[in-house]
Design a protein. Structure first.
Ligand SMILES: [Ca+2]
Ligand SMILES: [Ca+2]
Ligand SMILES: [Ca+2]
Ligand SMILES: [Ca+2]
Length: 536
């Protein structure tokens, strides 16, 4: 394999932060010799009982093949003292560089994408973007609508990923596609009732959200979205100077669906309770195969049975996924709402740096920031697997609270794995079952069977220990591998079954962390990031 730069992908640090491991080949080591003693060293290596042969790699460096049953550590120990031998090293496996060149990714500012422990964070407490990007970075096929207060589509890190209405000729004063909007190029504005979704005055919330989903990645400027390449549709539903009305929300959803959006990001919400009209709109999106990712809200409340909507629609519709927020240590953000029956997934929402107006970047806090991380992941997922469906199902009594970061990881891992596995027949369903009082069961059903040979690649490394426990499958199964580690660390378990008729089922059983009613993280938040941005 080609030599490429090593990247930080050591997700095993989630469990074991002191001894990160990398995989290396069994049956061989690499040997170098002291200057002037090459021949003597080579002779001593060749004569060693643990070595069956040598091969010159180049530059005087040799590969030494080991006798059957000789472990790499044992060989290193035995050969290191041999005459003329300067070093003996394992044949490590590296991986492709997966981080885009955007400065805010490279310098760690965007911890949510790549958390290596910077700024007091926990390595691996991120959405595993580098592992996901190893598989796919987005193609721009999937259109994602940002239902918000507009997008500054002139931002240099957004303009390249903006959706363009294919039926509209810009600037001719004519409604070419006959959709009721003249010259609606980047989306539409239902709050201001015109065709230009550019944000009103100082509004910048939607611009920030858009950058989290899909700021242009690998363009050498600013940051990167979860989807490095995508198409962002700006659907402005906010009445200038205030909030949004349900009428404009419905108009916006209808516009998004009619113009081919497959993902709708709704970092929005109010305390108006279940409305039939709002339900019907999101159900209409469901009928069109559209998935809606919405924010749980920022009231530090258990919102199961609460009046927060559209978040609460997740209790009724399997195409509505409600997102809580986590911080750089995988803890629920202090402001975040929660409740497993409603907000089943969580994603980074504290101190999230993204695009704002006038070409700038700024950190915001909020479930509004968590939501687009998931929307971006779904977008990348769909770009790679356009025939798949993705649904979230709640079964049984799902009231109560649990540790949301685990499902966050399940979700991002699901995406990485789905991308890797190509296109099995049928869809993928994530089932969250909180039927029993002391555990939550998550099933990831792959309706098409993953071949047994690949399943072995997924889970075989788990049988080993230490360094051999690391998957060598390069991305394949890495996510589930780590999930299993995380689940174990929390006292849970994971089971896998696969058969040709029933497909593949991954079942994760996770203990509830706290009883219903309590905030999962009452304590431990004295070290919040500073400066404290506004909560969105
Ligand atoms: Ca038009
Ligand atoms: Ca026109
Ligand atoms: Ca406007
Ligand atoms: Ca960029």
């Amino acid at each position: 394999m080609a030599h490429r730069p090593r990247v930080h992908m050591d997700l095993t640090q989630l469990e074991d932060r002191t001894t990160p491991t990398a995989s290396y080949a069994d049956g061989r080591v690499i040997v170098g010799f002291t200057a002037g003693q090459e021949q003597a060293g080579l002779t001593s290596v060749r004569n060693a009982s643990v070595v069956t042969g040598t091969e010159l790699l180049g530059f005087g460096i040799y590969e030494a093949k080991l006798a059957p049953g000789v472990s790499v550590p044992a060989a290193i120990q035995m050969l290191s003292g041999a005459a003329g031998v300067r070093y003996v090293e394992p044949d490590y496996m590296g991986d492709r560089a997966s981080l885009p060149n955007d400065p805010l990714v490279q310098d760690g500012t965007q911890w949510a994408l790549n958390n290596f422990g910077q700024n007091g964070g926990t390595a691996g407490a991120d959405i595993h973007a580098s592992a996901g990007w190893d598989q796919a970075v987005g193609t721009g096929q999937t259109v994602v609508a940002v239902l918000d207060d507009g997008i500054d589509y002139t931002h240099p890190d957004l303009i390249g990923n903006m959706w363009h209405n294919p039926g509209e000729i810009p600037g001719d004063g004519i409604d070419n596609d006959g959709n009721g909007h003249i010259d609606d190029i980047y989306g539409a504005d239902f709050g201001e009732n015109d065709s230009d979704p550019f944000p009103h005055l100082t509004d910048t919330h939607g611009t920030h959200v858009a950058g989290i989903i899909g700021a242009v990645g690998n363009n050498g400027i600013g940051g990167s979205g979860v989807a490095q390449k995508t198409r962002l549709m700006a659907v402005n539903i906010f009445t200038p100077g205030t909030g949004y009305f349900t009428t404009d929300e419905i108009r916006g959803i209808a516009y998004a669906v009619a113009h081919g959006a497959k993902v709708i990001n709704g970092s929005i919400g109010g305390f108006y309770g279940l409305l039939q009209a709002e339900y019907d709109a999101y159900n209409g999106a469901r009928a069109a195969g559209v998935i809606c990712i919405v924010a749980a809200g920022n009231d530090t409340s258990n919102i199961d049975n609460g009046p927060q909507f559209p978040a609460g629609l997740a209790r009724y519709l399997d195409n509505v996924v409600t997102i809580a927020a986590t911080d750089r240590n995988d803890q629920l953000s202090t402001f975040s709402n929660y409740g497993v029956g409603t907000a089943s997934l969580a994603a980074p929402g504290s101190f999230v740096v993204s695009t704002i107006r006038n070409g700038q970047y700024q950190p915001f806090n909020g479930t509004s920031m968590a939501t687009p991380h998931v929307a971006g992941a779904v977008t990348v997922f769909w770009d790679a697997n356009p025939d798949w469906t993705l649904r979230l199902q709640h079964l049984g009594d799902t009231t109560g609270v649990w540790d949301p970061d685990r499902l966050s990881q399940v979700f991002s891992n699901l995406v990485a794995n789905a991308v890797q596995h190509g296109r099995p027949e049928g869809g993928v369903t994530v089932i969250v079952d909180g039927a029993t009082s002391d555990e939550v069961r998550v099933e990831i059903r792959n309706a098409g069977s993953i071949p047994q040979s690949r399943l072995a690649l997924l889970f075989e490394p788990l049988a080993g220990s230490g360094s051999t426990r690391r998957s060598t499958a390069r991305g394949l199964g890495l996510g589930l591998f780590i999930t299993r580690e995380v689940v174990r660390a929390h006292g849970g378990q994971i089971d896998v079954t696969s058969n040709e008729e029933g497909g593949t089922v991954f079942t994760l059983v996770l203990p509830r962390r706290v009883a219903e009613g309590g905030h999962p993280n009452e304590a431990g938040h004295s070290n919040l990031e500073r400066p404290t941005p506004e909560v969105c």
